[in-house]
Design a protein around this ligand. Sequence first.
Ligand SMILES: [Zn+2]
Length: 331
Amino acid sequence: MIDEVTAEPATLRGFLLACPKDRRPLEAAGTSLRCCGCGAIFPVVGGVPVLINDERSAFAIADYSEGAGYEGPSYGREGDRSGGLRRLYHRAARRLGDAGSSIRHPDADDAIAYVAALRPRPRVLVIGSGGLRLGGPEDRVLNTDVAFGPAVDAVADAHDLPFPDGSFDLVIAVAVLEHVADPWRCAQEFRRVLDRGGFVYAVTPFLQPVHMGAYDFTRFTPIGHRRLFRQFDEIAAGIAMGVGSVAAWTFGSALQAMSGRRRWRMAARVMGLLSTPMLRLLDRPLRHGADAAGGCWFFGSLREGAPVSDRELVRDYRDRFGLGPERLPPP
Ligand SMILES: [Zn+2]
């Protein structure tokens, strides 16, 4: 919900908003928000502002202005918009596919707790929150996504975040950076909206097959993931999903690859998914296979000065990358 209309500038749950094009303040303009600089208009749909840079984003503002209850562009989630049995199937499939890995690693809530121990009531920005609601009532957490959802405070694209510089203490991006066209530019944006010494927590797939169709751009090796956050000092990092998860995805993909017929692919998908929870149990016993991991996680703090050099990354490679700790070190 947009905070009460004051003279200006517009805030959202206590956070100052900025134009995603030129970072100038926004002001209320009827039922929309308007940039004080370039004059761009951003609609507020069902209390949720749509703060997309229409000229640069893969998403168009016009796609969000349909009536109440509209969930935004489906971006590969067609299943959510279908009815009856198909919807049920998609839900069940997602549930099975989300079966937990047997590898334990620090999660987003652990990252919030770490930052909260150093900075009371940290300002947290969640990128691609979906239906997730992170943090406790004491934490100031702002949830953003490119689609509307029950917990989404604002529609925003990580390439052009609608916040002034230095607005947050922690940025969280779980299973997001594979879905953006330019993850390196997004990492720069994280850096920009973070306050001095701010933190980032990210989980990104490595050997996971394409999901969400056209909205799946990039994968990261462990060193590639570290390099993505070269403006940050590493506090802790590791693999997020292990070789068992990769085996489950590969098995499912192999079954589906046997025939191009739709019915077979559906059946193959179900068979693959049914085997997923069992195979994911292997993540833990096979945890030394970081080179064939399903994903990587990274937790770090903003560096002063130059980014980590590529030479440094390569030099530290053997020592740095592996399973990673189950818990974050004390702050
Ligand atoms: Zn503007």
